[in-house]
Design a protein around this ligand. Sequence first.
Ligand code: PBG
Length: 329
Amino acid sequence: MFPTHRPRRLRSHPWGREMARETRLHPSMLIEPCFVREGSGRRDPVGAMPGVFQVSIDSLVKDCGAARDAGIGAVILFGIPGAKDAVGSQGYAEDGIVPRAIRALKKEHPALYVIADVCLCEYTDHGHCGLLPKDPRAGAVLNDPTLELLAKESVAYAQAGADMVAPSAMMDGQVGAIRRALDARGFEHLPILSYAAKYASGFYGPFREAAQSAPQQGDRRGYQMDPANAREALHEVALDLEEGADMVMVKPALSYLDVIRRVAERSPVPVAAYNVSGEYSMVKAAAERGWIDGERIAMEILTSIRRAGADVILTYHAREVARWLAKDR
Ligand code: PBG
């Protein structure tokens, strides 16, 4: 008898396919990124990201209520301040946009898990993730002086009631500096999600419009990782774990599934993957043209990120995925 083996047998009935499924998506594994701006009643569409908005705090409270009702696990906040300066002071101001947003969210939705992104690029007028030297010809973003500001920013978010902070500036030692600052102020229980392996990626293009954070000069290759490197990601993860990271992230996700896999195989802590803005916009743009089935492709991409080993996924598709999953049930 030939063929002897027929894997198709279990694929022929929906029950067989369901039973044999190795990877699943659930809204609780998704984290929704939110862009919060000044004003009230604002819902300004982000041109390159259909379905994504810059929202004022009142609108954010409504959106996050909807996200929580849809079963989304958590939200991560990015602030768009009213004013920027060379040191990004609105990032660590106690009454800055993000601390006010956190307070409003924790008041209205105490059970919602609120993560705060910690970086300077949304708050600096030059758009870099850290401080620049006085003499612009000196070039490189300063590492150690930036650590102090990232630590201050984290403390401001902790004091406002954030459930977790997520440093994304790719400064060496940032997790350790933040851990020490949090511990010194009684926030030793507050976890850190480290953007451990964050690449200098063209896929962040639409985000920089959404967060108004494009560098005015130069690029981020002096601090973010080279897309050609995978072994280096393991080094970054090991250092962040040593410094006290409670979770580690790989970012972007889709072009870095091999990195997610390698990190997941070794990581003793949960692994997050960031399905970034450019990955989202590509799907939306092709779907708008009728070239692909947007829902099917988004689900396939997110499933592949889970299959690669991510425990949680940060994705702009979060709420629509929750809707699609509910419809299938
Ligand atoms: C930096 C930060 C960036 C993203 C998240 N945090 C942008 C950057 O490094 O330029 C990108 C996320 C996305 O593209 O969706 N604070």
